[in-house]
Design a protein around this ligand. Structure first.
Ligand SMILES: Nc1ncnc2c1ncn2[C@@H]1O[C@H](COP(=O)(O)OP(=O)(O)OP(=O)(O)O)[C@@H](O)[C@H]1O
Length: 351
């Protein structure tokens, strides 16, 4: 069975396309994407650099206007909303987590956690706040300032901030991209707990198979298409699937990400300010594969391969596997403008 509708969706995208620019220089970031995200589950969108993950999340958050297609989030068709209502939807029904924690330096931990509700003039449910503080493990640090926190602790605060308002969905763009492996695992456990114990719907966009392995469902995004789906993934099956997809689409998984800085959390709920120009070539995928159906695998029956032989630290740029025939979308660790001239430090376009 290929990727298709789910029984109780929190987000449904249909025929979603996003083109940047026009004419000769037009870039197709998303092409006729159908995405069905189940309520109360942990969904990972896994794809190489440039696959369209950030664009997809930005469209789902109403931060980017799709060129065509529809998005229904929590029973609301967001393409029909004007900017004011979109901003309200983001404040009230979407929790956002970025690669960089984007904490406001002058506010305490608890003030940062409650800031979105304060900005939205929503009451703070103290019982929920208490619960969230426990889930993220921040008790005893509520009076700290961001500069007194480790990157992991700061990302815990960012996670608590996204979870506090009990949003319909938490959208997280590479939430562990600037953390080492142990810290990344802690953040992913927090998101897992939010799903399992708070029935929170979570969507994480990542290039990293180890991150995606924490999800209930993985949607593989490649060149603006969802090309495969896997339920109850584990790392080996994911690497297997990526290997197959890499063979057919020359994808690159594991290309580095860089720290992003945004000073005011309010900006996260505002419209994107920046514009990025770029160009890339596209190799469109075939119809989606379903890795849960052995008969659907493109090349079944393969056993161990070199690629899987040694454990890799996907958070360590020096330890990323390089595989023949794979072409990185951009150089690992390249900050600032990428080869395509885009501001790669700020995929959300807030700066
Ligand atoms: N505002 C923009 N203007 C022009 N092109 C854009 C813009 N935003 C994204 N793109 C292009 O769309 C494609 C998809 O980009 P996107 O950032 O969504 O991919 P991604 O999978 O999130 O990549 P990464 O993991 O590197 O962040 C890329 O070719 C990118 O250069």
């Amino acid at each position: 069975m290929a990727h298709g509708p789910v029984g109780d969706p929190v987000v449904t995208a249909r025929n979603l396309s996003k083109l940047f620019g026009d004419g000769e220089s037009a870039v197709t970031a998303l092409e006729s994407v159908d995405a069905h995200i189940a309520q109360g589950r942990f969904t990972a969108i896994l794809g190489p650099s440039g696959a369209g993950k950030t664009t997809l999340l930005r469209c789902l958050a109403g931060l980017e206007t799709p060129t065509s297609g529809t998005i229904i989030l929590d029973d609301e068709e967001i393409s029909l909303l004007n900017q004011r209502r979109l901003t309200r939807l983001r404040r009230e029904r979407i929790g956002l987590i970025f690669q960089s924690h984007n904490l406001v330096p002058s506010l305490s931990v608890v003030e940062n956690i409650t800031l979105p509700l304060t900005l939205a003039r929503r009451p703070i449910d103290t019982a929920r706040l208490d619960r969230i503080v426990d889930v993220v493990g921040l008790r005893g640090r509520l009076d700290y300032r961001p500069d007194e926190l480790s990157p992991e602790m700061a990302q815990r605060v960012a996670s608590a901030r996204a979870l506090l308002g009990a949003p319909a969905v938490v959208l997280a763009d590479e939430p562990t991209g600037s953390l080492g492996s142990p810290a990344a695992t802690q953040i992913l456990r927090i998101l897992r707990t939010a799903v399992d114990e708070l029935e929170q719907s979570v969507i994480v966009a990542t290039h990293n198979a180890d991150v995606a392995a924490h999800a209930d469902t993985v949607l593989f995004l490649q060149d603006g298409n969802i090309v495969a789906e896997m339920n109850q993934p584990d790392r080996d099956r994911l690497l297997d699937a990526l290997h197959d997809l890499g063979d057919t689409a020359n994808a690159s998984i594991g290309v580095g990400n860089v720290e992003r800085e945004v000073s005011q959390v309010e900006e996260a709920w505002a419209q994107p300010l920046g514009a990025r120009g770029s160009a890339r070539s596209h190799t469109r995928g075939n119809r989606p594969h379903d890795w849960d159906d052995p008969g659907e695998r493109p090349r079944p029956g393969r056993s161990a391969r070199d690629y899987d032989a040694a454990p890799h630290d996907w958070d360590d740029p020096g330890n990323r596997p390089t595989r023949p025939g794979r072409r990185p979308h951009r150089a690992a660790g390249s900050g600032g403008a990428g080869a395509d001239g885009a501001d790669r430090n700020d995929p959300w376009g807030y700066q």
